[in-house]
Design a protein around this ligand. Structure first.
Ligand SMILES: [Zn+2]
Length: 196
């Protein structure tokens, strides 16, 4: 992400506080780092429904829907097969870019903490906080069945992923006991606690 502009070879710089530092020549450049907030959830959790409310409620952050990079990645990747680790890494780059303007990124995407650890961009954010949107299995099944026919609907797989997220992520925000504005308010409160 940061390569030294002074060295003859493309040397990857390393983060040090809010700087990127070249390990070879000591050259530095600004590289502010901020926490990233990921709102995860299996398909049918309500990410897309909550999104516009979160945008309105969190004007101090940049709120993104992780699906927005799928189309460009399908076109960029060989045979239209999305390289998912590369797509996740691209979102880490976006978040690092937003941090240069002092803005926190809130990303709605079905990612897990393990999937972000070890990516090239990981060291250019500080903490990554996770919350999971969740609902009862019956509600999720109804939501998935109500989608247009062109949408993928491997319901068993989504139920199993939802179970995994529910059991491994501490902050759970329900989307089946309140309107989307209220679910978004819960997420907003969590974001503000995390970013101070
Ligand atoms: Zn250098």
């Amino acid at each position: 992400m940061h390569y030294c502009q002074r060295c003859d070879d493309p040397i990857a710089m390393a983060p040090e506080g809010d700087l990127a530092v070249c390990p070879d020549c000591g050259n530095t450049e600004p590289a502010r780092r901020l926490p990233l907030l990921v709102v995860t959830g299996a398909s049918g959790s309500g990410k897309t429904t909550v999104f516009p409310h979160l945008v309105r409620q969190l004007p101090e952050c940049l709120v993104f829907d992780g699906d927005w990079l799928i189309g460009p990645f399908e076109r960029a990747c060989e045979f239209g097969e999305v390289d998912w680790p590369a797509l996740r890494d691209a979102w880490l780059s976006v978040a690092h870019g937003a941090a240069q303007s002092g803005r926190h990124t809130v990303l709605l995407a079905p990612f897990t903490p393990e999937q972000l650890d070890g990516l090239a961009g990981r060291r250019w954010t500080t903490d990554i906080h996770f919350a999971v949107l969740d609902c009862a299995d019956g509600v999720r099944t109804e939501r998935l069945e109500a989608r247009p026919p062109w949408r993928e609907r491997n319901i068993e797989r989504h139920l199993a992923f939802a179970k995994y997220l529910r059991e491994t992520i501490e902050t759970v925000v329900r989307t089946d006991d309140a309107p989307p504005e209220e679910s978004a308010r819960r997420v907003t409160a969590w974001v503000r606690r995390r970013i101070g």
